[in-house]
Design a protein around this ligand. Structure first.
Ligand SMILES: Nc1nc2c(ncn2[C@@H]2O[C@H](COP(=O)(O)OP(=O)(O)OP(=O)(O)O)[C@@H](O)[C@H]2O)c(=O)[nH]1
Ligand SMILES: [Mg+2]
Length: 356
């Protein structure tokens, strides 16, 4: 799963990326996109590791791109932003990082510190970049359909759809409204429209400002996860040992770490849950979309396990945690044999039986 941290200049994207990944990027206003991997914290893995003492423990991960800040205030900045947006059209999720911290030594974009206005500007610009993409496609396809190419029928279908998208954007409606079904979605999927991607908003607040309320619903609706973090402070916290960190967090009234908020926000926006596998070799968390069936979950591990799927031997983490070991879970009748179509739940510990 790939997420891009985007936002206007100097909103704290790099600081946040460093905080959640534990990696140092170094500054210098570079114009290239940096990558970092965020390991997904999961207490269940820690507990299972204690129980099974496996050779290794593997957390889920989120691949993060730290994208240089956008500056739509001048032509040079717009050209740079356009190029950057073109480079992140394949990501699965956008994390909008908006500034709400005061810091006299960091000049504010357009001389304002206004998270809601920044979010609005960002959203409008992404919509415009999608409109530009649609316009380019319409021009290209308009010429192409008159040539006897192999893709003529497909091109005509796409042209009709792109025109519908253009009308929708011009009517200031989200383009998702113009896409009638999966077949239409498939036609345009590879273009990577920015406004079709799931998003979360990370409001970067000043120290001690975590309680502040922000109403973003007028800009992004009710369903988008909004997290509040104080990136600079929390970056310092991750460098402390666990004991001092806990003390600091309770002193500063921080009840959830930045990485936990970040990961939960991303998982929720993407509809992800985790199933677990455990044994003497490895204890591991596997992120899947909620609604995934047992046979497809098996395919995440290996295509052979999917192909030769027999049954999913399943227990739930909560039962194991409560009863102490697998034997006790079985004795309590809480071990299940699930078939291909079983819908996997968050916290299921699965041992796939397969035959190839
Ligand atoms: N006071 C305060 N300063 C912050 C906070 N987060 C970031 N900063 C400062 O703001 C400046 C910009 O932070 P970055 O993390 O580099 O921001 P960015 O969004 O990556 O910047 P660009 O990539 O240039 O757009 C740095 O000087 C940070 O120290 C914060 O939570 N509080
Ligand atoms: Mg940066």
């Amino acid at each position: 799963m790939k997420a891009a941290l985007i936002g206007l200049m100097q909103s704290g994207k790099t600081t946040l990326a460093e905080t959640v990944s534990g990696k140092e990027f170094g500054r210098g206003g570079g114009m290239s996109i940096e990558q970092a991997v965020v390991p997904v914290p999961d207490e269940r893995l820690d507990w299972l590791t204690g129980l099974y003492k496996p050779k290794k423990t593997t957390q889920g991960t989120i691949e993060c791109l730290d994208v240089p800040g956008f500056n739509f205030a001048d032509e040079h900045g717009r050209a740079a932003a356009k190029k950057l947006i073109g480079q992140i059209r394949t990501v699965d999720l956008l994390v909008f990082v908006v500034r709400a911290f005061e810091n006299a030594s960091v000049p504010a974009y357009r001389n304002r510190v206004d998270a809601v206005k920044d979010l609005e500007e960002l959203k409008t610009e992404l919509l415009l970049s999608d409109l530009e993409l649609v316009t380019t496609r319409i021009e290209k396809l308009g010429k192409q359909i008159h040539k006897p190419t192999k893709t003529q029928a497909q091109d005509k279908a796409e042209l009709t759809l792109q025109k519908k998208l253009a009308e929708t954007i011009e009517a200031e409606k989200p383009i998702s409204e113009a896409i009638a079904n999966d077949a239409e979605m498939a036609i345009i999927k590879s273009l990577g429209f920015m406004t079709l991607k799931p998003i979360i908003v990370a409001v970067n607040v000043g120290e001690g400002d975590l309680e502040r309320e922000f109403d973003m619903s007028a800009v992004i609706g009710e369903d988008v996860p909004v997290i509040k973090i104080s990136a600079e402070l929390e970056k310092e916290l991750v460098q402390l040992d666990e004991q001092s960190r806990k003390e600091f967090m309770s002193e500063m009234n921080i009840n959830e770490s930045a990485v936990s908020k970040f990961v939960n926000g991303c998982y929720s926006a993407l509809g992800l849950i985790s199933f677990l596998t455990s044994g003497a070799d490895e204890v591991r968390a596997w992120p899947i979309r909620s609604g995934t069936t047992a046979v497809d979950a098996a395919g995440k591990i290996h295509s052979d396990i999917k192909r030769g799927f027999i049954r999913a031997e399943t227990i739930h983490y909560e039962d194991l945690f409560e009863l102490g070991d697998e034997k006790a879970v079985k004795a309590a009748g809480k071990s299940r044999l699930e078939g291909k179509d079983y819908v996997v739940k968050d916290g299921d510990i699965i041992n796939f039986r397969f035959n190839v």
